[in-house]
Design a binder for this molecule. Sequence first.
Ligand SMILES: Nc1ncnc2c1ncn2[C@@H]1O[C@H](COP(=O)(O)OP(=O)(O)O)[C@@H](O)[C@H]1O
Ligand SMILES: [Mg+2]
Length: 254
Amino acid sequence: MSTNTSALRVEEVSISFGGLRALSNVYLEIAKNEVVGLIGPNGAGKTTLFNALCGLVKPDTGSFFLEGEKRDFPRTDNLVDLNIARTLQGVGLFPELTVLENVMVGAQHLAQTGLISAALGRNTKDENRIRDRARVALDRVYAGTLANRRANTLSYPDTKRVAIARALVSEPKILMLDEPAGGLGTHDIEWLNSLIHNLSSQMSVLLVEHHMDVVMNVCSKLYVLNFGEVIASGSAESVRRDPAVIAAYLGTGA
Ligand SMILES: Nc1ncnc2c1ncn2[C@@H]1O[C@H](COP(=O)(O)OP(=O)(O)O)[C@@H](O)[C@H]1O
Ligand SMILES: [Mg+2]
């Protein structure tokens, strides 16, 4: 299959919370091995769309396609089967578990014996397989040396690496990251961008980000949301110069 094939596409997604229309007829497409940015001011609807794509929110209307095939929107319990993985805006590591155990949690679907026995060290075949996969995932985010540290002893940027490793351990075709650069300094953002760039040789990436400059370098296509609508999409260059985008960002002082 060519790299231009669609990995994921949604059409006419609308979601209301009570009287508030959080998303209106949203369209978004991610090609295979493409890094797509979803940007927009605070409250634009980015997290709501992200949540719809990973089963945390059920759209009122809309269509969902994987590799061109129409499907139901994902549920949290079949994301792995759909080859989708995501990190959430808060990091959400288990503070008392080691880094390796935290990453193993991301592969719990591989364990017939369940998460608890896998994480707490019953010496099963499952556990060894999961442990190996978790080590590979940690190495991919250059965090192999952190494996035996307790999660609550990590620096903030390192918790972000581990959260990404936990998403990678299921070997997704589509990786979704909600504000991965939040709280990171310039140096760590550069690190993150190069990681995302490297990952895109193996998967598609959807990056939700508040700050436009963070995604400019790493995304080949951007969608800009404002008040729940896609107000622009295209290359970083074209989006940056789009008057509607400039107005949306100026309007919020971002
Ligand atoms: N669970 C919810 N209940 C009610 N309103 C919500 C809920 N989630 C989001 N919203 C509202 O929907 C709009 C979009 O929010 P969100 O998707 O979080 O925006 P963003 O991630 O772009 O900052 C906001 O007005 C927000 O207050
Ligand atoms: Mg958000």
